[in-house]
Design a protein. Sequence first.
Length: 600
Amino acid sequence: MAGRITQGTIDAVISGTDLVSLVGEYVSLVQRGSDWWGCCPFHQEKTPSFSVVPDKNMYYCFGCHKGGNAISFVMEMDKLSYPEAIVQLAKRAGIEVAYENGGSPENIKHDNTKEEIINLYERTASMFHYLLTQEPGGKFALDYIKGRGLTDETIAKFKLGYAPADRRWLKKFLRKKNFSDEFLAKTGLFSEKYPDIAFFSDRLMFTIFNRQGQAVAFGGRLLRGEGPKYLNSGDLIQYQKGSTLYAFNFARNAIRLQKKVIFCEGYMDCIAYHQSGLEYAVAPLGTALTEEQVKLVQNFVDTVLLSFDSDGAGQAATRKAILLCRRHGLLVKVIRLRGGKDPAEIMLNYGAKTLTDDVNAAILDSDYLFDVLSHEYPIDTPDGKTKAAQAFFPYIDALQTDIQKESCLDQLGQRFSISPEAVRRDFKNRSQVQSHAVKRPNGDTRQEALIRQSRRIVVTAELRAVLAVVADTNQFELMRAELSETDFENNLARKLFMILEECYRSGDMTFPSILNHCEDDALRQVITESVAAGEYTQDTIPQTVHDSIELIKRNSLGRQRNEIVNRIRALHPGAVEEQQQLQKLLEQKMTIDQKLQRKD
């Protein structure tokens, strides 16, 4: 029978996860006092407003107002369900997942399938690597990559391999290992039309890893015969190429330390950079650079270096990448390899130092664009100057500050011998036609409208009182002794009080436990924002709670009195029974009046 994950497992996962270390895999964090700060991974920003509070095991962004614990962070970043996130974090922390009533994890069968496919890819990658390095059939492929200058260490590190020429071999081999045809059909390793035929055959194989270093996909290069030069795995349950970067698992630490990244053309280019000591290189996977791929690195880097081919397709890819990275507020430079050769050839023929020198000599993206446009258009003619300027305007649009825009407009005029006034006039006229943001009727952009909507929550005195208790849970015994949930008029305050009561009875009043019991997104946002802002100090909380309890009790008594008065007014005491009811209500009103007088 399917079982839910036990609360004990959930609590162990939250307390056993180093949140700073976990978030640090996605965001570059800097410690300020006891908390850690960085740019938010959930929205684009230049000034860090995202904080991790280790002693509360929580994160919060003061910009977009998202917050939570380790589970919600992984759910958001890796697009996982709640159970999937728990299982992933449990595996990371070495915690065994337990299920209620001894049940089985059937409710996360989707995740099991994903894990099983990843395990198969891990085994297949090792098998391909063995066929490349140990079997005669793969020797020609091994000779090729060694001829390109790759060392044994690099070949092993990147788990390069060889897929056999017999396209039926892989299916037969895996059947012998007890893999079912039904399961293998989901893996992407075989042709959809001809399920016994392997997708990759007689190719040099590049293993593609996820950020955890697990094999999740392949790229295959043809070295002989007819067919497309490269074949790449399509999107799969465990792999989406548009949001994955080749070698990111190897490059992540270097990217953090260097605060820069090299985006290069393909597998061999990326590997050559790594072998040359430039370990902050990554590559898109058979597609143009995507926004999701830029987001993977933008919180770690200040500078992006582009290393695409110098041919027409490479230049087009470079120009698109420049605009994309600039729109994310990143400084961009373009690497020009001497002789127009690829990184692997530079490394092989000239050595790692020459490749490093070429990287260090990278030029600003604006200078690159000026050079390209100068060759693309006849800038010695008015028509050529006009077209070149218009082709440069999208770059200026992508810049994030007015100072950058002004400086580039000046450069444009100087490089193409156009008066500054004419450049600005044409740019302004063009800009008026463009709409750079989706506007709401009140003038807000879409992002601003969403933030306004999220800020409609009113923090009343009642809610503020219970939030103070969240900041110092030692105060809850006093609050629960004096109040019950019926004393709260504010719905969110009542919910939070009941959550605290549940946590109190379970013996776990920690902040992660409180958040874990909170199913209301609006309330969760208020809690995380309040705690992250440090709104309550330990010195002031006891008095705040005491005063708030008295206020809530008084307001509750006032509401009870009003209700009694309304019931008295509704009575028509003719019968004895109604006279008795009136007497009881008057006594209740007198008791409440006495309590209110004492409070005065």
